[in-house]
Write a protein that binds this ligand. Structure first.
Ligand code: ZN
Ligand code: ZN
Length: 274
């Protein structure tokens, strides 16, 4: 069986637990693949790792990578923000995430708080949700050209505060067309999409990213898929993986991706456990 999570945070960024605690709990929970993906340094983001912390983080994870608990492979990854490119040679893999949108020289955080989201919509995009979504999905689409990253981080981040469809409808054809353009480009570039349960653990959403409509689009475009929890503490290392496995099967996926010493591979979905 495979139990995999490649999107995890520790106390080196805005996570709560040490690398040791995360590894220990992952071993207790039966993980076979564990990847760390600390927030790469972004001067705008106080949750990201400073260059000094990044060095400590890398050393700490490498210690476990070279001497993992029995039955588990550990990888050193990074969550890159699209504003600040990382050096991919420093890492086993890179998650590419769009956390900010820039308009007229000003960078707006997408997921900092609902208040910030509304400010961005009003002041940056004149309350035009279609224009905002267009800017978002174009930024996501541009990640197809990003050769540093393998995994597309939380493709539905724009919907973090939209669980009740307050700002837009997930089945709105105009929104779906924007998302489709991005997904086509990313799938064509061989990027791996993630189902991400992070916003559930923090109480913002009842369902993992992405929405069913986006998941269907990924499937229709033969996109590669993996399941990550984007957890910020050890308890949530496997939060919602069961539910994601069910949704991925319902959407038609027969294999999911995980990381091995030889790189990313597709594994039959029935071999995964939550
Ligand atoms: Zn993120
Ligand atoms: Zn994250």
């Amino acid at each position: 069986m495979t139990k995999s999570n490649l999107h995890t945070h520790s106390y080196y960024d805005d996570g709560q637990d040490s690398i040791d605690e995360m590894v220990q709990t992952a071993a207790d929970k039966g993980f076979t693949v564990l990847g760390f993906s600390g927030h790469a340094y972004n001067p705008l983001d106080e949750c990201s790792m400073t260059p000094e912390k990044t060095n400590q983080y890398r050393q700490d994870v490498k210690r476990w990578k070279n001497n993992p608990p029995k039955g588990m492979a550990i990888f050193l990854g990074i969550e890159e923000d699209s504003m600040n490119p990382v050096n991919p040679e420093d890492y086993d893999y890179v998650i590419g995430s769009v956390h900010y949108l820039t308009k007229n020289g000003q960078a707006w955080p997408i997921d900092y708080s609902q208040e910030c989201f509304e400010q961005m919509l009003a002041q940056g995009w004149n309350n035009d949700i279609y224009a905002l979504c267009k800017a978002y999905y174009q930024a996501i689409k541009a990640q197809a050209e990003n050769e540093r990253m393998q995994i597309v981080g939380h493709i539905d981040l724009i919907a973090k505060y939209n669980d009740d469809q307050k700002y837009f409808r997930f089945d709105d054809p105009k929104i779906l067309a924007m998302a489709k353009e991005a997904i086509e480009a990313l799938a064509h570039a061989g990027k791996i999409f993630e189902m991400n349960t992070g916003a559930i653990s923090r109480g913002y959403r009842s369902q993992a990213y992405p929405s069913d409509q986006i998941l269907d689009l990924i499937f229709q475009n033969q996109g590669k898929l993996l399941i990550n929890t984007d957890c910020h503490n050890r308890e949530n290392l496997d939060l919602g993986i069961d539910e994601c496995l069910k949704r991925a099967k319902t959407a038609g996926f027969t294999e999911l991706y995980t990381l091995t010493q030889d790189g990313f591979v597709g594994v039959p979905i029935d071999e995964f456990q939550g």
